[in-house]
Design a protein around this ligand. Sequence first.
Ligand code: HEM
Length: 674
Amino acid sequence: MAFPNGNSKGVDVPGEGKQESTQQNPIPGFTPSLPERVGIGAFKLLNKVVPWYKLPGLIGAFNLAFLRIELRQFNLHDGYASTEAQGNTQSTPLPDDRYLGARHSDGKFNSLEMPLMGCKGLRFGRNFPRHLCPKPTEEELWTPNPRMISDKFMARRDGKFIPATTLNLLAAGWIQFQIHDWFNHVQVRELPHPRNDHVTDFWKSEEKFKVPLPEGGAPWPHPHMEVFRTKPDVVRDPSDIKCPGYNNENTAWWDGSQIYGSSEEATQALRTKLPDGKLTLDEIGAVSFLPRDKDGNPLTGFNSNWWLGMEMLHTLFAMEHNAICDALKAAYPDMTGDQIFDKARLVNCALMAKIHTVEWTPAILAHPALKIGMNANWWGIVGEKLTKMLGRISKTSEIISGIPGSGAEQDGAPYSLTEEFVSVYRMHSLIPDNIAFFSATTGDHIRTIPTADMTFSQALDPIRATPLTFADAFYSFGINYPGAITNNNYPAFLRHLPTPDGQVRDLGTLDILRDRERGVPRYCAFRRLLRMSVPKTFEELTGGNAKLAAELREAYNGDIELVDALVGSHSEPVIPGFGFSETAFRIFILMASRRLKSDRFIAGGKRGEWGEGTYTKVGFRWVQEGGMAQVLGRHFPELKAVLEGGGKERNVFAPWVKLWGSEAYKGVETNVVV
Ligand code: HEM
């Protein structure tokens, strides 16, 4: 089968079609400077002999910095044929000066020149030229059968859970919590409510896939798996017919939209009616809960794909927002409710961005170069101490003084998150089948509960069942392992997942099908478009794992070009310390810094938005001094001892120290290794 996206073996297509715009592009193109080009070239030569991850930490970090420049040059592409969709000051005038210094919940006005950039409803972009990511033919979509791939490469074999022993379960919840801030695709129709009569219409709809079930595959209760297609955006340009655009229903900014909502209206509904700037929480006794609607759904910015992990993190950061409001009110008693809200939101979002950058990322990518690199993304190579003491030493260099405050830039393409970015975050194997709960104060085992029994409307069940508290749940997440991001590690319940909208899905099948549907190149083409080496044989792909190579060869009918990006990523050898593949990592390093660098409220714009002027002195300190352990300890003081027990250097997303020795955990059927 022939694919248009770089299937012509060995053909390199760097940067092709970066500016496909027929209109004048208001974003300057991105060309690396001469010293940058020299640096890129020098490291390329060096990497022919030594890969970046085998270099000493600091040199490896510089290697990655130059790799990122090259990725910016070739791997950022707009999802539109023209930049018209991003709006301008005439078509979308600023409604209120308030949004010069505050986030607009629709995601508008982050860029004052292109006010719609990154806002709710805009298209996903691409890391590869659009014309190389076309809509697949029917044959391409179904070859090979995605459910067969899920049966063979996603299902846990004999239910065996493969733990990621350098991480804790909080790390799994955290990344899902973050991606819900950044993106979600729109499916073909607004789904009917299951308790609503229209539900039968769904099954009559033509707008759905009927996934064929392979002969001899795992049992499925229906003749097909029926799921909605992704809804394509309207055709705005002839190129959209071949390469449809898909809309992001969340704002693409790092703006806490999973907590605050992706529209001004949604945010307003989540706030208290008092002039205190706070989010509404239900206080039951001394415990704060997210409020519920009449059907029991949590009232928060984004409540799909809900489970206990989301309940915990949404509650925690709503509490954090309210704590920031209290501190601002105490320091600045004249602030109005809107002013308190706006500043608290800025602070809370920047704190989450910082936790993600300097804590979560070095936990999942535990490599010395990454630790240096991610720390430098926030503080610069001069480090935290000096930056705190002297402020930014270099006004604009992100390498010397970090991305926050270095000045927002779009590097030649309007900011958006990309289809390939969504693809590399398909990390459903992080979720275990069972979670073992322990008391945060005595260490006693309370219960082990199937994760399936704490999803959607049952998310709060473990907490409701006394004596389990939020603190116990956090402690338990701290000592449970997530699943490793590898083959054959999807939990059984996510392979047969009824959702409140009436669909029943195997997420293993869907993860494969969605990538194909949205034109994400397959593994070999994906790597080729990232200028990475491309395996010629299945043995090369698997790093010499002959058994896996044989299984892949059989499943993909001997054609290595057909291997899906996700399956290839799960099959390649992993860099020591890494929690996911190097293929995924290329997209990751490019986009992780882009989320910071594109954002006026973090990188800073002409108005110097990053600093005390916009955040307030109290607020800015809150960000720069804060971290995940402080947030947890502030709201759940019972956890302070265990958090401090790990020592200052201990990463909060690595398995926590068990304060009570191993005895309490012995004999308990659990994902906690004794
Ligand atoms: C119990 C936990 C989880 C549940 C119930 C859940 C459920 C779902 C569902 C129903 C979808 C939509 C599938 C489709 O029709 O395309 C989805 C998509 C997705 N999930 Fe999960 N998920 C969970 C955990 C996670 C985790 C830990 C990650 C890691 C980052 C993750 C990443 C994604 C991504 C990237 C998508 C694609 C979103 C898009 O199409 O825009 N999920 N999930």
